[in-house]
Design a protein around this ligand. Structure first.
Ligand SMILES: *[C@@H]1O[C@H](CO)[C@@H](O)[C@H](O)[C@H]1NC(C)=O
Ligand SMILES: *[C@@H]1O[C@H](CO)[C@@H](O)[C@H](O)[C@H]1NC(C)=O
Ligand SMILES: *[C@@H]1O[C@H](CO)[C@@H](O)[C@H](O)[C@H]1NC(C)=O
Length: 255
């Protein structure tokens, strides 16, 4: 009997830990607005202020958004995933929700008071979506800016975190993308294998691009990435071979 109750307590404790772990990953619903840009192909969604470059090639596809200053937080939320649903208007709201990654910044227009131009002004929370994503939220094609609810959710990614070597020998930069879990990155560290055995913290240049003053050319490299809440780290040992060149990308481990 004692054994059974211990087993039950254990099962309950594990279930509770799993539930609270999952809870920590999903935030409460908050309110914002959403609008769209571009045409039905979503071609205009390429590039953006996070530095990801070709979003289709890099696995983000059309599931992206340019977010207002209040949500962009100087680029520290690049890669974060949000579930978004239309809110508070049964005339145009479609059922269901979409999930997107932050890939771009929606510029404020402080001088403007017009509803459309000022949509990304602080302190407003706003998502600019590629047209095909926006029209998954609404079923009225006359609608252009809508109230939404959103919450942060874990990012589900195929394969490992990607590291793209950029810049030049005097100004080496690394683009970090395809990040699962929290999706947005707290810190990145690099280890120069064979030079010394410690991880050096890198600096965020902008968006998801990180840099270091260390000489990295000709060395094999390891990277460590922390989630935005700094609670988790993932280490990719020897992810970059010594013969790496600028423009190459390498796949590391995943959260
Ligand atoms: C919901 O919509 C109504 C009418 O459009 C508006 O008056 C009200 O403020 C909205 N409520 C919220 C919470 O946005
Ligand atoms: C609002 O601003 C946008 C862009 O600046 C402009 O295209 C649009 O005509 C303006 N709308 C109104 C109602 O003034
Ligand atoms: C670079 O090094 C890796 C592993 O050390 C090797 O597999 C690869 O063939 C090399 N590439 C070139 C272009 O020499």
């Amino acid at each position: 009997m004692a054994k059974i109750s211990i087993a039950i307590v254990c099962v309950a404790a594990i279930a509770w830990l799993m539930a609270s772990g999952a809870m920590a990953q999903v935030s409460e619903w908050d309110t914002a607005t959403a609008a769209y840009y571009g045409d039905a192909t979503g071609r205009e969604s390429l590039g953006g202020a996070c530095g990801y470059g070709n979003l289709f090639k890099q696995g983000y596809g059309l599931e992206t958004a340019a977010v207002s200053k209040a949500l962009f937080n100087d680029g520290s939320t690049c890669g974060a995933c949000y579930e978004i649903r239309c809110y508070n208007d049964s005339r145009w709201c479609a059922p269901g929700s979409i999930t997107i990654s932050t890939t771009n910044f929606c510029w404020p227009h402080p001088a403007s008071s017009n509803e459309s131009a000022s949509r990304c002004n602080p302190p407003r929370k706003h998502f600019d979506l590629p047209q095909p994503m926006f029209f998954k939220l609404v079923n009225d094609y006359r609608t252009s800016i809508i109230p939404v609810q959103f919450r942060k959710v874990p990012c589900v990614k195929k394969g490992g975190i990607m590291f793209e070597m950029m810049g030049d020998p005097d100004f080496i930069q690394v683009l970090v993308y395809n990040v699962g879990g929290s999706g947005d990155v707290g810190l990145v560290w690099v280890k120069v294998n064979g030079a010394d055995e410690r991880f050096w913290q890198m600096d965020r240049v902008w968006g998801s691009i990180w840099r270091t003053n260390l000489r990295l050319v000709g060395y094999s490299l390891s990277f460590k990435v922390s989630s935005s809440d700094y609670k988790k780290e993932v280490q990719s040992d020897n992810v970059i071979p010594a013969n790496w060149t600028f423009g190459q990308r390498f796949e590391g481990k995943q959260f």
